[in-house]
Design a protein around this ligand. Structure first.
Ligand code: GLY
Length: 331
């Protein structure tokens, strides 16, 4: 795969340097148009709505219609400006329109910068299942402008920190120690600190994706906390993705202690970091309900499950377990 180029700094300036000379069409949402009208209006643009419901094939079809009406061809470059929903849709449209056109992103949320914008998985929801239709195609570049995070609702910014902690536990002990040392409010008020955590978290993900783009092995490590996190999201609308992943990480770290692969002191330090960052680690529904949702995930077609277990801060392993074995970790 050709690795995605990562840029950190002022979006408009970086775009001036990295966009190809030909035609560029921006795909963005109503919020971003309101917040950054000049940036969006500098290009031909297509505006989509807000919220998970827009991540659908009907939105994709509407974008194809607009691209055709604009006369977009194979040389057109698609630029997604937004959070994970916009970048997922843009990547999917770009990978399929005219059998594939080049694309890049300006990622505007913390969750987007550290997770959704990198890795090449681009998809939409279908028949009630998240991201079940999609492609794996790498964007040419991702621009992360941490100044754009200032307009995020507080809860959304904090939720993104869960994926930063995940990256640290998966592969960056120094990043973890930095998060432990610093106050959340100090990190959020400093452009340098935000750039540091975003770039380190992105690098963890990029290094893994470069080795295993199609998730046949090592890339599964990036699912730390997500098996339980996704199940929580399915059972309860109280928590957003990052909040659910935080609970998932805490539970799986404790389970890893039970299996004897993680020191209890490491599980405690993960919990105390998540609590310090403001996450509530109580499950919003019973563990029994969560386990039913884990089993019921239709994307799985097997009796067993790949479980990501932390074995130290900055190191995780994937273990294939039968559902019964997995369930026993939580009794
Ligand atoms: N685009 C998100 C991922 O590939 O993981």
């Amino acid at each position: 795969m050709i690795p995605t180029k990562l840029y950190f700094g002022h979006a408009a300036e970086i775009l001036g340097e990295v966009l190809p000379k030909g035609r560029v069409v921006v795909i963005t949402d109503e919020n971003l148009l309101r917040l950054y009208p000049e940036l969006v209006r500098s290009y031909d643009h297509i505006i989509i709505g807000i919220g998970e419901e827009v991540k659908s094939l009907s939105t994709v079809a509407r974008i194809y219609d607009e691209l055709m009406a604009m006369g977009a061809d194979r040389s057109t470059f698609l630029l997604g400006i937004g959070g994970g929903i916009v970048t997922d849709i843009t990547g999917f449209v770009a990978s399929t329109y005219m059998r594939g056109v080049a694309f890049g992103f300006v990622s505007t949320t913390l969750l987007g910068q550290v997770d959704a914008s990198v890795g090449g998985k681009n998809g939409v929801n279908f028949d009630g299942y998240k991201n079940i239709v999609g492609t794996i195609t790498q964007p040419q570049f991702v621009v992360s402008d941490v100044e754009m995070l200032r307009t995020l609702p507080e809860r959304e910014l904090r939720a993104g920190m869960a994926e930063v902690v995940k990256s640290a536990v998966v592969g960056d002990r120094e990043l973890f120690d930095f998060l432990v040392r610093c106050d959340y409010s100090d990190i959020c008020s400093s452009v340098e600190s935000l750039r540091y955590i975003v770039s380190r978290a992105m690098e963890v993900k990029m290094a893994i994706v470069e080795e295993d783009e199609r998730e046949s092995g090592k890339r599964r490590l990036l699912n730390l906390g997500h098996t339980i996190g996704h199940a929580i999201e399915k059972c309860s609308s109280c928590l957003n993705h990052g909040e659910a992943v935080a609970v998932g990480m805490s539970l799986i770290a404790r389970a890893a202690c039970g299996l004897g692969v993680l020191k209890p002191s490491d599980a405690e330090v993960i919990d105390s970091l998540l609590l310090k960052l403001g996450f509530n680690l109580d499950t919003p529904v019973s563990m029994a309900e969560i386990l039913v949702a884990v089993r019921g995930d239709k994307k799985r077609n097997e009796e067993s499950i790949n479980v990501v277990l932390p074995v130290a801060i900055g190191e995780c392993e994937v273990r294939k377990m039968r559902f019964e074995e997995f369930e026993k970790l939580f009794v």
